[in-house]
Design a protein around this ligand. Structure first.
Ligand code: ADP
Ligand code: MG
Length: 159
């Protein structure tokens, strides 16, 4: 399924953090964001910008071994997944995956393809690759919710 596309360059780490914050500012409960791209592309950096902009003051690290890190933020519950080490999507069923992907929380998922079959669809799929400078991000909105959020994001100026 193809959706609406938005492509943007993040020339450096600060720009990546700012993009995460820009998405966070327009997101809504229930949103599922997939972060695709190789190791070192900036998925966690983007997530850090997202989570810290919502009021989290501590570190944001890839929850590689624990698979998920919860953040209870002022306005929103955020779950940050990193499925890099997931061996079998069935592990997600044992974790009670459905409790995370509810209408009340936002989920950011690194390495979503590892969880294929057990994960719900991503509303917004962000694919990160190398840019002419820094990184190139492609946002694809594949659901009504994703499109709504992406349209709001495009209506806010870049910082
Ligand atoms: P991932 O979670 O995709 O493995 P990280 O977020 O851990 O990647 O980032 C890996 C490295 O890339 C970090 O050193 C980070 O500072 C750097 N980085 C992140 N975004 C950018 C960018 N837009 N341009 C250049 N370097 C970046
Ligand atoms: Mg990471």
């Amino acid at each position: 399924m193809t959706g609406e596309l938005f492509t943007v360059t993040a020339p450096d780490e600060d720009a990546m953090v700012a993009l995460g914050a820009r998405l966070a500012a327009v997101c809504e409960p229930g949103l599922v964001v997939f972060l695709d791209g190789d190791l070192g592309m900036g998925k966690t950096t983007f997530s850090r910008g997202f989570i810290r902009s919502l009021g989290h003051n501590g570190a944001v690290k890839s929850p590689t071994y624990t698979l998920v890190e919860p953040y209870q933020l002022e306005a929103l519950q955020v779950f940050h997944f990193d499925l890099y080490r997931l061996v079998d999507p069935e592990e997600l069923e044992f974790m009670g995956i459905r409790d995370y992907f509810g209408d009340m929380s936002v989920c950011l998922v690194e390495w979503p393809k590892r969880g294929l079959g057990a994960l719900p669809l991503g509303d917004l799929v962000i694919t990160i690759g190398i840019g002419t400078v820094g990184r190139r991000l492609e946002f694809e909105a594949t659901t009504g919710r994703g499109k709504r959020v992406l349209r709001r994001m495009l209506a806010t100026p870049a910082v």
